[in-house]
Design a protein around this ligand. Structure first.
Ligand code: SPV
Ligand code: MG
Length: 291
């Protein structure tokens, strides 16, 4: 049975920490589930990369939505949908939240950047933020649009990414919680966990925190748990990076060897793909129904 927003909310609100892995298509989402993560991150960065595009608001809301729906149809873990800026203003946010909830998401993350956004981890990226008041309006719009009160509205501040410092980040996080956000995602591109740890230690709100420790991999799960305020830890782009690593290695080997004779042993057999495709079920159904 599909795990729902309620399941995700329970982990987070009972003081636990959900471990959530990125995915960019239904197959990667299925592998996230098989690996026994607690949830799937429908990452804008991964989906953009899988389409061969930069993560700068080029992938349309509908493309992301359809991809997320296809993931939801193939998995039962809660999905946290990365809806970037909500694809426009508060009016766009209402439509976005309705559509993503209806398509099976358990939560959305909406960030306080201006549309079109620029990907967060890029050096020297243009990072323009909305005013606090405008983003509060977007959060309130998101809350008004959800049907299930367990559906999580996660407000993401990019204040640290934009270089505005901890005071601004805290002010924004407090304002977003005051607007009703269920959780606060705080992002950082510092190479060490210091910036995030300092923010989290200074955080005086009730909302639990979401982090994406891509840039600061020393932030282990144990270290995040020890901070006592992190409810979700997202591995932001490790599915697409693992896929690229695997393909680059095997493609190079095939070119170098002039054939697949060596590469074959280093990749999963075709039978593993059949398993993921549930070919056994197809065979069963053939026996039952084909006349
Ligand atoms: C994503 O995975 O799309 C994210 C995380 O938003 S990051 O790319 O680090 O901004
Ligand atoms: Mg993103």
């Amino acid at each position: 049975m599909r795990k729902t927003s309620k399941d995700l909310r329970e982990i987070v609100m009972s003081g636990g920490m959900a471990r959530v892995m990125a995915a960019h298509d239904p197959l990667s989402a299925m592998l996230v589930e098989e690996a026994e993560f607690d949830g799937i991150w429908a990452s804008g960065f991964e989906i953009s990369a899988a389409m061969g595009l930069a993560d700068v608001s080029l992938v349309s809301m509908t493309e992301h939505l359809n991809n997320m729906r296809n993931m939801a149809n193939r998995t039962s873990l809660p999905i946290i949908a990365d809806v970037d800026t909500g694809y426009g203003n508060a009016i766009n946010v209402i439509y976005t939240v309705r559509e993503f909830e209806a398509a099976g998401a358990a939560a959305v993350v909406i960030e306080d950047k201006m549309f079109p956004k620029v990907t967060s981890l890029i050096d020297g990226g243009r990072q323009d933020l909305l005013s606090i008041a405008e983003f509060q309006g977007k959060i309130e719009a998101a809350l008004s649009a959800r049907k299930d009160p367990n559906f999580l509205i996660i407000a993401r501040t990019e204040a640290l990414i934009a270089g505005l410092g901890e005071r601004e980040a805290l002010e924004r996080a407090r304002a977003y919680e005051a607007a009703g956000a269920d959780m606060i995602l705080i992002h950082s591109k510092q190479k060490t966990p210091d910036e995030i740890e300092s923010f989290i230690n200074a955080w005086d709100g009730k909302a639990r925190i979401v982090i994406v420790p891509t840039a600061y991999p020393q932030m282990t799960e144990a270290r995040a748990r020890a901070l006592n305020k992190v409810g979700v830890l997202i591995y932001g782009n490790h599915a697409i990076r693992a896929a690229v690593t695997g393909m680059q290695k095997i493609f190079a080997q095939i070119i170098q060897d002039g054939g697949i004779q060596n590469a074959d042993a280093d990749i999963v057999p075709v039978s593993e793909i059949f398993r993921l495709q549930k070919m056994d079920e197809v065979k069963e159904n053939e026996k039952r129904f084909l006349r």
